[in-house]
Write a protein that binds this ligand. Structure first.
Ligand code: 5GP
Ligand code: MN
Length: 349
């Protein structure tokens, strides 16, 4: 039994939007991750099967290890052809914004999407969504936006029509946003949904293998360097800091997605309750924050790094050089000293 978590009037409104739209654009955030890609491709495939003209557009490239997903090769990268994408955005009757909570998260697509005359639908599981959309479906307690897409399709009455390709994209998004069901994944209904997806024909072992056991050698060489030379652990606070400069990324022939998951690794070390990864790209530093338990990183990312996200998984950026960024972080993190120490106690008792 799957409960009706999404409000009925939102489902009715969304169904009406889908029915009245002819051309539909789906977008997600920069450096799209598994949930961003899984949710947009799943909804895109569903809408296509309903006879809609569909375009899935990402601001930047999708990682190599997710290229096999159904519909991935037909998706468009804004950075590769902004003029063509702008035309599609301008002419869309409906723009579905998935897996992000503010327009800033779609980079260069923010202005064309904001200015587009079409209706806007936002489906997302991040806290504090901004109010740019006509219809807002926001449920921060969901495992993933992909889980929300499953619920929306089912509640509109189209479960029987869901293809195995669509189901595979949904499963992929749920799997990647929960670290293969190791965090944010204790709600029993997640497993009822997975069971339904498998009945549709999803091969979950195959999805795992193609996603996680499908990496380049250079990723592991880079990881070796990162863990040996660029990881500091503050045992007192339970905080691990990792960093890679642009020069180091180039040395290992970095491509989008190559560092995915690196930030989670230090959390495998006993006593580490917070892990922060600083990556220098395009003249700024992208930061990934991860924590255990009650360590509130979204507020911290917002306060110091123009970012946000979830309590235990957030992101942000710094425009200072790497060494200065690392030094400032050591001071800033002291804000969380008490909650970090409490969490170490909780995790190691
Ligand atoms: P990641 O470390 O994987 O890039 O991001 C972790 C989480 O934080 C994701 O859920 C992502 O959506 C969110 N996030 C990352 N960067 C930002 C940011 O700059 N602003 C906000 N609001 N959220 C972010
Ligand atoms: Mn997500």
């Amino acid at each position: 039994m799957i409960t009706k978590i999404i409000k009925e009037d939102l489902i009715t409104e969304t169904k009406a939007e889908f029915e009245s739209a002819d051309s539909i654009v789906l977008v997600s955030h920069t450096s799209p991750d598994g949930d961003a890609i899984g949710s947009t491709l799943a909804l895109g495939l569903f809408l296509q099967s309903q006879g809609k003209k569909v375009a899935v557009i990402y601001p930047t490239a999708i990682p190599e290890n997710l290229n096999w997903l159904p519909g991935a090769k037909e998706s468009l990268i804004y950075a590769n052809n902004p003029n063509g994408a702008n035309e599609l955005i301008k002419n869309a009757d409906l723009i579905c914004c998935l897996d992000f909570n503010e327009l800033k998260r779609i980079g260069d697509m923010a202005i064309p999407v904001a200015e587009a005359p079409g209706r806007k639908l936002l489906i997302d599981h991040h806290t504090n969504p901004s109010s740019f959309a006509d219809i807002l479906i926001s449920y921060p307690l969901m495992s993933s936006t992909s889980e929300m897409i499953f619920r929306v399709i089912c509640r509109m009455g189209y479960f029987a029509e869901m293809s195995v390709e669509c189901a595979t994209c949904i499963y992929l998004g749920m799997m990647t946003d929960t670290g293969a069901f190791t965090f944010n994944s204790n709600h029993p209904e997640i497993y009822t949904i997975i069971s339904e997806l498998i009945k549709k024909g999803v091969n979950k072992d195959e999805v795992y293998r193609r996603t996680y056991n499908n990496n380049k050698e250079s990723r592991y060489r880079m990881l070796g360097h990162l863990l040996s030379n660029n990881m500091r652990i503050n045992k007192d606070l339970g905080v691990a800091t990792l960093w890679l400069t642009e020069e180091e990324l180039m040395r290992y022939n970095y491509e989008a997605g190559d560092t995915e998951g690196f930030v989670n690794i230090p959390l495998e070390i006993k006593g580490v309750v917070c892990s922060v990864f600083f990556k220098e790209t395009e003249g700024k530093i992208r930061i990934s924050f991860r924590s255990l338990g009650d360590v509130p990183l979204n507020e911290f990312a917002k306060k110091y790094y123009n970012g946000g996200g979830h309590l235990n998984a957030s992101g942000g950026e710094s425009f200072e050089p790497m060494q200065e960024t690392l030094k400032n972080f050591e001071t800033n993190i002291l804000d969380l000293k008490d909650v970090l120490k409490k969490e170490i106690e909780r995790q190691t008792k």
